[in-house]
Design a protein around this ligand. Structure first.
Ligand code: ADP
Length: 466
């Protein structure tokens, strides 16, 4: 019967478009327009004020000049006409080119001729003819000035929105152009994922700030790419390593079960399976430790201890293995070496180095472990007279899953993880590990740990102390 499940198209999600005000180019344009409008308003105000004042000042000085000229002409005419005020006023006015202004003459407080502009500006000049003082007033309407200012006001009021609109368009265009590389970077970045981390952002000849941003982003991509590479390699190496013991176990179990066998045959198969599963357990343990170390989850639990006791214990544990291979394993104990570190991790580190030294050293050779105790640091040295390591390989042996001779190393029980664990433990204690080797003559691995915070721990009372 057909199942009732159907593949219905997903309902269209409403596009969650951000508001225009959230876009940088809109914000830049708005700020630019606001600033420009303010500047334009201040500028318009000053232009208007200056024009208004200068027009009034010019009119006033014209009127002053006209009043002075009219007063002189009036006095001359009074002399010529023998004091006829009306004729003198008319003659004086007719001789002047007044250009819209009016002349009036007062004797005392009384207007005796001419015209006075009722609403406008005026200027006056006094003249004494005979014994009588006359005041000559030049006046003009301020309507032309008001008309000019009104025209300017109209230009500014109509021009303002037009100019603001133009500024907004210009600002938007400019900011869009300036931010175009950012949009291009965002588009390119959106197309980068775990599968194409090798790609880089390209922004051509954009502004220096954006080039710096793109360069930083590209550097970040580079680092991510590298980590991804290491991770991928790690996963593929780990699966490869896991496959070998698993297929041996499967093959052996399959073979044992394929037909009826003797108890001795079953025992042999089970021994092989046990060996391989021990290897597998060791590998899984190493992988787990490295994964934890990568995730920063390994806690260093420091305690005060004697490093020479710790090394001595480790070396003792390997004596049987060394003896079975016909080699000499020796620890040169030169007295108390107090140190503050993680006992389990340090034990693991020494064990890995001693284990390697035994595995890569042949019959009749020797492995010597020693401690050099200085005021600043403490160095543990594991020296063997074994096969040695070619110089071109020295830079790689601390890499994960790196083995010189894969077949030989695997037969010797190695996965190429031992030294990376040694390196991690040394570095976790603030120290380092170095190697000195010569093919055919042997190798010396030196772990140098800073002697920080080490106190002499209390020794368990023993008979030797008595
Ligand atoms: P493994 O577990 O395979 O030994 P390690 O990380 O401990 O991996 O070592 C990496 C490689 O370094 C080994 O494959 C081996 O070839 C080389 N190596 C390590 N220690 C020694 C040593 N004492 N003498 C010679 N070669 C060594």
């Amino acid at each position: 019967m057909e199942k009732a499940t159907s593949c219905r198209p997903r309902p269209e999600l409403p596009l969650n478009r951000p508001r225009a005000s959230r876009f940088l180019r809109f914000r830049i344009t708005a700020a630019y327009v606001a600033f420009f409008s303010l500047l334009f308003a201040i500028f318009s105000f000053f232009v208007y004020e200056m024009l208004s004042r200068s027009l009034e000042a010019r009119l006033h000085s014209t009127l002053q000049a006209q009043a002075a000229t009219a007063a002189n002409l009036f006095a001359d005419e009074m002399n010529e006409t023998g004091g006829n005020e009306a004729t003198s006023i008319a003659e004086a006015i007719s001789e002047m080119s007044l250009n819209g202004s009016s002349i009036a003459v007062e004797r005392g407080e009384r207007l005796i001729g001419g015209r006075l502009e009722p609403r406008g500006q005026w200027a006056m000049a006094r003249k004494t003819v005979g014994k009588v003082e006359y005041t000559v007033i030049a006046s003009a309407s301020t309507a032309p000035i008001a008309a000019s200012l009104a025209a300017l006001r109209n230009v500014l009021v109509i021009g303002f929105p037009a100019i603001v609109l133009l500024a907004a368009a210009g600002g938007f265009l400019l900011s869009s152009r300036a931010l175009a590389p950012v949009a291009s970077m965002a588009r390119q970045a959106a197309g980068i994922s775990g599968s194409n981390l090798h790609r880089r952002l390209e922004i051509g000849d954009a502004a220096e700030e954006l080039r710096t941003l793109a360069a930083s982003f590209n550097e970040l991509l580079g680092r991510l790419d590298q980590s991804f590479d290491v991770m991928r390699r790690f996963v593929s190496d780990a699966s490869h390593e896991l496959r070998t013991p698993l297929s041996v176990i499967q093959g052996e179990a399959g073979l044992a079960l394929s037909r009826e066998r003797s108890a001795a045959d079953y025992k042999e198969s089970l021994t092989v399976i046990l060996d391989e599963s021990r290897q597998l357990a060791r590998l899984v343990d190493d992988l787990l430790n490295l994964a934890r170390a990568d995730a920063g989850k390994v806690r260093i639990e420091r305690e005060d201890l004697y490093l020479n006791d710790l090394v001595s214990g480790c070396v003792k544990g390997y004596q049987t293995m060394a003896a079975s291979r016909g080699m000499r394993l020796e620890f040169r104990d030169e007295g108390d070496a107090p140190y503050c570190g993680d006992e389990t991790l340090l034990r693991r580190m020494i064990a890995n180095l001693v284990d390697n030294a035994i595995r890569y050293t042949g019959e009749g050779e020797s492995v010597t472990v020693s401690i050099e105790h200085g005021p600043e640091s403490i160095a543990v040295r594991v020296a063997d007279t074994g096969v040695g390591i070619p110089p071109e390989e020295l830079g790689h042996i601390f890499e994960r899953f790196y083995r010189l001779d894969k077949a030989r190393s695997r037969d010797a029980g190695g996965f190429g993880l031992g030294l990376s664990i040694v390196k991690f433990i040394a570095e976790a204690h603030g120290g380092s590990v170095t190697v000195d080797s010569c093919v055919g003559k042997g190798s010396v691995f030196t772990v140098t740990l800073p002697a920080v915070g080490s106190r002499t721990p209390a020794r368990e009372p023993s008979f030797a102390d008595d």
